[in-house]
Design a protein around this ligand. Structure first.
Ligand SMILES: [Zn+2]
Length: 476
C-alpha cells in the first residue's frame, strides 16, 4: 500500500486512485523564458520518481506537464497580478520575438529532460494553444458569479471560495490586514487573482493577444493549469505536483477555479517539492549559486550524478545542493556499476539456493520504504548490503546463469525508478602509448590535489580517468 503525504490535508494518506488501476498526474511545468535551473528540475524529478514508482507497481499512469508560454507575470508570486509578462521581459533582454523565446527555451527544456532521463510525459500542452479552453472555463466561472470585471481585467473574487488559503495554510484575512502589496484600485481584494488581462496600461502593447468576451487580451497564469488538466486528465486528478513555491498563489488559485467550475474535488493528493538550497544559501543569480543542468555538465558532472543527487534524497527534506554531493552521487553510482560488471563477468557455475531469498528480502525492504511516501534513501540503503551479500555468495559458492538473470532482473527493476545504472558489459581494453602518458599525468595531478586536500578536484580527475577506462583504487 502506497502512503503519500498529502500537502493539502498535511498528513500521510493511503493512495487510492480515482479509477481502479489507473493514475493521472498533473505537474506544473516550466515557464519558458530562461533556462530551467536545478531547483526547477528537482520538482520535475520528484514527479518523475512518483510516475516511475507507480509504473513499477503496475499502474497505468497518465502524466501531463504544461509549458507556460504566456501570462506568467514577473510579480505573480507577490500576488499583485502585476509586473511584466516573463516572456516579454526576456524578449526585450535577448532581442528576440516572444515566440522565438518561448520555442527556444522550450527546446532547451526538452533537451534537459532527456539528459536527466525523465520519463516522457504523455503530453506537454502549451498554454498558448489552449486559450480557447481557458476562455470556456472563465465563462463557467462567470455563470457561477465568482468573478468580476475591471477596467484592466477579469478577476476571481476569492471571498466566494471559502477554502482559499487551505493548501498554503494562509489566513487570507490576516494576510490582507498585514498586506503591503499595492492594491490595484479596482480590485475588491489584493488577493483576487487575474483570469484575463486586458490590453490597457502596462499591457497595452502585449504581443501575444487573443479575443475574448471581455475584450482582447491574454490569460492569467493560473487558469491555464485548471483548463489544461481538465482537458487532458479530467475533473479530478489523482496527483497534482509542483514546487513548494507554486503553492501560493498558483495552486491555491487553481483549486479555487477548478472546484468552482467543476463542482468536484480538483486533486486527491498534492505533492510539493521542498525548496533546494545551494551551498547552504538560497539559490539566486546574484549569489552566483544558480546552476542550470548545462552549467553542471560543463563542469564535468555526468547526467547520472545530477539525476541521482536529486532522486536519492527524500522530496520533503531540504536538499542542500553542493558540488560535493554530485561527487558523492557519482561514487554511489560507481558502486552499483562495479557490482553489475562484477556480476556480468562472474563465471556461471552452480545453482546457488541463497540468491532468491536475498533478492526477496531486499525487494521487500525496498518496496516498504518506497511505499512510505517515496522514502528513496530508505529504499536505497538495503541495496548496498544486498550487493555485499551477493558478492560474498558468488565468491564462496558461485552462481548459475539463472541466478545471474534473477539478480540482473531485480537490479533493472530498481533502475526503472532511479535510471542511473549501466548494464552494458565493459570490455577491458589496452591503452595506447599516448593514453598511457595522459593517464600518468592525470594520476600525478590527482596526487597533487590529494596532497592539498582538494578532494573535489581530485575526484574530478578520478572521474576523468574512469571515463578513459582506468580505475583508481587508494589503498593504505
Ligand atoms: Zn500550474
Amino acid at each position: 500500500m502506497l502512503e503519500i503525504y498529502n500537502s493539502y490535508s498535511k498528513k500521510k494518506e493511503t493512495f487510492k486512485p480515482v479509477a481502479e488501476g489507473k493514475v493521472n498526474i498533473y505537474t506544473c511545468g516550466p515557464t519558458v523564458y530562461s533556462n530551467a535551473h536545478v531547483g526547477n528540475f528537482s520538482a520535475f524529478l520528484m514527479a518523475d520518481v512518483l510516475v516511475r514508482y507507480l509504473k513499477y507497481k503496475g499502474y497505468d499512469v497518465k502524466w501531463v506537464m504544461n509549458i507556460t508560454d504566456v501570462g506568467h507575470l514577473t510579480d505573480d508570486n507577490e500576488v499583485t497580478d502585476d509586473g511584466e509578462d516573463k516572456l516579454e521581459a526576456a524578449s526585450k533582454r535577448e532581442n528576440k520575438t516572444v515566440w522565438e523565446i518561448a520555442r527556444h527555451y522550450e527546446d532547451l527544456f526538452m533537451g534537459d529532460i532527456r539528459t536527466l532521463k525523465l520519463f516522457p510525459a504523455d503530453k506537454y500542452p502549451r498554454a498558448t494553444e489552449h486559450v480557447e479552453e481557458m476562455i470556456e472555463m472563465i465563462k463557467i466561472l462567470q455563470q457561477k458569479e465568482v468573478i468580476y470585471e475591471t477596467s484592466d481585467g477579469v478577476y476571481f473574487d476569492i471571498s466566494k471560495f471559502k477554502k482559499y488559503g487551505k493548501l498554503s495554510g494562509n489566513d487570507i484575512e490576516a494576510l490582507q490586514a498585514g498586506s503591503r502589496v499595492e492594491i490595484n484600485e479596482d480590485k475588491r481584494s489584493a488577493y483576487d487573482f487575474a483570469l484575463w488581462k486586458k490590453l490597457t496600461g502596462k499591457n497595452e502593447k502585449h504581443i501575444m493577444q487573443w479575443d475574448s468576451p471581455w475584450g482582447t487580451g491574454f490569460p492569467g497564469w493560473h487558469i491555464e493549469c485548471s483548463a489544461m488538466s481538465k482537458k487532458y486528465l479530467g475533473e479530478t486528478l489523482d496527483f497534482h505536483t509542483g514546487g513548494e513555491d507554486n503553492k501560493f498563489p498558483h495552486h491555491e488559485s487553481e483549486i479555487a477555479q477548478s472546484e468552482t467550475a467543476n463542482c468536484k474535488p480538483f486533486a486527491n493528493y498534492w505533492m510539493h517539492k521542498s525548496r533546494v538550497i545551494v551551498n547552504n544559501e538560497k539559490m539566486s543569480k546574484s549569489l552566483g549559486n544558480f546552476f542550470t543542468v548545462q552549467d553542471l555538465l560543463k563542469l564535468g558532472y555526468t547526467p547520472e550524478s545530477i539525476r541521482f543527487t536529486f532522486v536519492s534524497v527524500h522530496y520533503r527534506s531540504k536538499l542542500n545542493f553542493t558540488e560535493e554531493k554530485l561527487v558523492e552521487s557519482q561514487k554511489s553510482i560507481d558502486k552499483f556499476n562495479d557490482f553489475i560488471q562484477f556480476l556480468i563477468k562472474s563465471e556461471e557455475t552452480v545453482e546457488n539456493s541463497s540468491i532468491s531469498s536475498i533478492i526477496k528480502s531486499t525487494k521487500q525492504q525496498f518496496e516498504k520504504a518506497m511505499d512510505d511516501d517515496l522514502n528513496v534513501s530508505g529504499a536505497l540503503a538495503p541495496l548496498f548490503g544486498f550487493m555485499k551479500s551477493i558478492r560474498k555468495q558468488i565468491n564462496s559458492s558461485g552462481i548459475s546463469a539463472k541466478n545471474k538473470d534473477e539478480i540482473l532482473h531485480f537490479m533493472k527493476s530498481i533502475n526503472s525508478i532511479f535510471e542511473v545504472f549501466d548494464f552494458e558489459e565493459k570490455k577491458e581494453k589496452k591503452l595506447s602509448i599516448s593514453d598511457q602518458k595522459t593517464v600518468e599525468e592525470l594520476i600525478k595531478k590527482r596526487e597533487q590535489f590529494r596532497s592539498e586536500k582538494n578532494w573535489v578536484e581530485a575526484d574530478k580527475v578520478r572521474d576523468e580517468l574512469n571515463k578513459m577506462g582506468v580505475k583508481i583504487e587508494d589503498k593504505k
